[in-house]
Ligand binder design. Structure first.
Ligand SMILES: Nc1ncnc2c1ncn2[C@@H]1O[C@H](COP(=O)(O)OP(=O)(O)OP(=O)(O)O)[C@@H](O)[C@H]1O
Ligand SMILES: [Mg+2]
Length: 183
């Protein structure tokens, strides 16, 4: 077997099946980072957190006291991110997807967590009062799911439970199969 055969037979990020971009969305605390970390451990995909990416590319605006985070200058960020994602091979994490429609996204995972575990996770993070209520309401009202359906082709969207370790494992296996099958 030649060296080229070896390369073609191995799981290199440059192979077409890993040139897909996966978008992970969901209410804060539903487990996007946890899933992304698990996926990057078993595939050649690279994790991008949109907030961090915005910071690294000088696309942060002023601090929003109510939301307790910096605003993202979307108009500046979108073309940079869209260009960055063109080759594929990324797992993109953001809570919503409204302004990511111009990016190359092949699969959208909407993570969902039941009320009790999500409440515990957000409490453990120190969320309280309005911030806790708003996030719980966002999940109960399926705000992110509605947004995803309004932004992307239904066939690209998977709604995945994220309540426990088994859910996480099941999703990793599903995504691996998707990547293996989509040449
Ligand atoms: N499937 C799961 N089962 C049990 N606990 C989980 C699961 N997924 C995530 N968690 C736990 O929930 C907490 C929040 O997870 P994580 O930070 O991955 O959420 P997130 O969606 O990335 O949040 P954010 O929107 O703030 O970035 C962590 O303590 C993590 O260990
Ligand atoms: Mg996260």
């Amino acid at each position: 077997m030649t060296e080229q055969d070896n390369i073609l037979n191995s799981s290199q990020p440059s192979l077409p099946k890993y040139r897909r971009n996966i978008l992970l969305v969901g209410t804060p605390g539903t487990g996007k980072t946890s899933l992304a970390k698990r996926l990057t451990a078993v595939t050649p995909l690279t994790h991008i957190e949109v907030g961090k990416f915005a910071e690294e590319h000088n696309c942060l605006g002023s601090y929003d006291e109510q939301l307790e985070c910096f605003e993202i200058e979307e108009e500046k960020l979108i073309p940079i991110l869209a260009n960055f994602l063109k080759p594929g091979g990324y797992i993109v994490e953001y809570h919503g997807c409204e302004w990511l429609t111009s990016c190359k996204i092949d699969l959208v995972l909407v993570l969902q967590t039941e009320t009790a575990p999500l409440y515990d996770r957000l409490k453990a993070r120190g969320y309280s009062g309005r911030k806790l209520e708003e996030n719980m309401e966002c999940e109960i009202m399926q705000v992110i799911l509605d947004e995803a359906y309004g932004c992307f082709d239904k066939q690209k969207i998977w709604v995945v439970p994220s309540n426990n370790e088994q859910d996480l494992e099941d999703t990793v296996e599903r995504v691996k199969k998707f990547l293996e099958s989509s040449n």
